[in-house]
Design a protein around this ligand. Structure first.
Ligand code: UTP
Length: 294
């Protein structure tokens, strides 16, 4: 089984649900406590063994490369002030063996189109990961992508991360139709993007974690704009399955925060704050006091 070395991060969406915060900054740079969403995603990929990070950027692209680059002025200033702990944080955003590649998606034509922009850096036959940083997943002992890489090595199957979603929310998700193979794995028969609740084939919703095969590019190239006028990754994966290239859905272990929505983003900040080594105690006391006054 070929090792998965590359992770693609589509970060070129408009992030309209977070305006005005996303007017001049990508939503993936929003911090949860003290780290931007994109850094959690990059750390998840590196923990899963990936060493080439491919960012599909759009307008307002500068802050993401700046975040992962060396910051000479900041580092020399922290050194001059003897702020060694902070210097380590600024220096170690990514380990030195990791390479970052930036590709521009000139128009926000949809997630499928963003993934297609990665084609020049993926080799024929090479499996690769896609991580949507606005789905922040706390996998506990094993991150979501580590779980998926392990399952991919066991099954050899292209994988889509899924979770059970409330029936009334299926129309906000890509939904799978399939047969359960075991506790966490499904064989997929079909996929549908944002179905009306009465036509949804299940309530297993697609989340922002994928292990895709190079073959998906062929279907993305043929794809026409689907739901919402965008080129949908779900439609290309569905075409791939129809063409006889099977994919599985993996129900990951852990808790997902939908940080593309304001409520999910606030929940993530509260729960990561409660686990933060410097803040946990003081923040818990604060929340207890606040809850008492509500
Ligand atoms: P969303 O569907 O969440 O869209 O994109 P969005 O534009 O980011 O946010 P809203 O809905 O307007 O608030 C899912 C993921 O796909 C990326 C986004 O950056 C996000 O990670 N994306 C989406 C692109 O990279 N390019 C696109 O053309 C569309």
């Amino acid at each position: 089984m070929r090792k998965i070395r590359k992770a693609v991060f589509p970060v070129a969406g408009l992030g309209t649900r977070f305006l005005p915060a996303t007017k001049a900054n990508p939503k993936e740079m929003l911090p949860v406590v003290d780290k931007p969403l994109i850094q959690y995603a990059a750390e998840e990929a590196v923990a899963a063994g990936m060493d080439v990070l491919v960012f599909i950027t759009g307008r307002n692209k500068r802050s993401i490369p700046d975040h992962f680059d060396k910051a000479y002025e900041l580092e020399s200033e922290l050194e001059r002030r003897n702020k060694h702990a902070l210097l380590e944080i600024a220096r170690n955003v990514l380990p030195s063996h990791v390479t970052c590649v930036y590709i521009r998606q000139s128009e926000a034509l949809g997630l499928g189109h963003a993934v297609l922009c990665a084609k020049p850096v993926i080799e024929t036959g090479e499996p690769f990961a896609v991580i949507l940083a606005d789905d922040l997943i706390d996998g506990g002992r094993e991150s979501c992508m580590e779980q998926m890489v392990r399952v991919h090595a066991e099954t050899g199957c292209g994988l889509i991360g899924v979770e059970e979603v409330p029936r009334e929310e299926v129309s906000a998700y890509g939904i799978i139709e399939g047969t359960r193979r075991n506790d966490r794995l499904w064989d997929i028969r079909g996929l549908v993007e944002k179905p009306p609740v009465e036509h949804a084939p299940s309530n297993m919703g697609i989340v922002g974690r994928y292990i895709l095969d190079y073959a998906v590019f062929e279907h993305l190239e043929r794809a026409e704009a689907g739901s919402g006028g965008e080129i949908q990754l779900t439609d290309a994966m569905a075409a791939q399955i129809v063409a006889g290239q099977p994919m599985c859905a993996y129900e990951f272990e852990g808790r997902r925060y939908d940080c593309g929505s304001k409520l999910g983003y606030l929940e993530a900040n509260v729960e990561y704050g409660l686990k933060h080594p410097e803040l946990a105690d003081a923040f818990r006391d604060y929340l207890r006091g606040l809850a008492g006054s509500l």
